[in-house]
Design a protein around this ligand. Structure first.
Ligand SMILES: [Zn+2]
Length: 237
């Protein structure tokens, strides 16, 4: 047995590569930077026991993977000089750093105005914009979740708790314990794409997979989801 599969909490199947070593005494799970999972084992090991042992560690794998993925920001490094383009809710704004006593960020026409203490320091502007985005996303995503939720409340579901992360390879996820995670980078996408991702994750409360039954529910809740998905992929490619 060189490889086996375990089932993660979201219902997805996770391959585990087996690497045997004659010198090894214990079993160890290792997760690579790209999320691939390896089980390092002694030469002789009972396959059934090994699969059950790894399956028990599914929550740990999910947690470790998301920790790894959130460590790396998704988008290419944007520029922080005057006129540099920045996406916000699907629209491109030109950066306009200005010297000011009070730090704040404003949208004026097609400009993203940053009142900064040091408007010519890219790192300072980057940090200020990042904090503004985090705050903006927290308020907006919570409001959109509240807005998308009522049809699911009618189905008897409890509103999930929400947390935001910079995820490397997904727009969000929904756990069976009622915790929804959304990729904070969605703040750069059009609002309709954000709503689509929220509804996509809400539908996972009923089906922890992408089965035909899941898709039927998604289509019922959001008939134009395919257009939203295509727009999202085009905008934040
Ligand atoms: Zn999904």
């Amino acid at each position: 047995m060189d490889q086996f599969h375990i089932t993660l909490e979201d219902g997805s199947s996770c391959p585990v590569q087996v690497v045997r070593s004659p010198r090894r005494r214990t079993v160890q799970l290792v997760i690579r930077k790209d999320g691939a999972v390896t089980a390092r084992t002694p030469k002789r090991i009972n396959n059934t026991w090994l699969i059950a042992w790894a399956q028990e560690r599914a929550p740990w794998i999910t947690r470790k993977r998301s920790e790894l993925l959130t460590r790396f920001p998704t988008s290419p490094t944007p520029l922080f000089e005057p006129g540099a383009p920045h996406l916000h809710l699907g629209k491109i704004y030109q950066l306009d750093p200005q010297l000011a006593a009070r730090k704040r960020i404003l949208i004026q026409g097609d400009r993203l105005v940053i009142h900064a203490h040091t408007p010519n320091r890219p790192e300072a502007l980057a940090a200020q914009l990042d904090a503004w985005r985090a705050d903006y996303a927290q308020r907006l995503f919570s409001a959109r979740l509240a807005r998308c939720f009522p049809p699911f409340a009618q189905m008897g579901f409890t509103r999930p708790t929400l947390r935001l992360r910079l995820l490397k390879r997904s727009w969000g996820n929904m756990r069976s314990d009622g915790r929804m995670t959304l990729n904070r980078d969605l703040i750069r996408a059009p609002l309709t794409c954000l709503d689509y991702v929220i509804v996509h994750e809400l539908c996972h409360m009923a089906h922890m997979n992408h089965s035909p039954a899941y898709r039927a529910l998604l289509t019922q809740m959001r008939p134009n989801w395919r257009a939203d998905k295509a727009l999202l992929e085009r905008t934040l490619a």
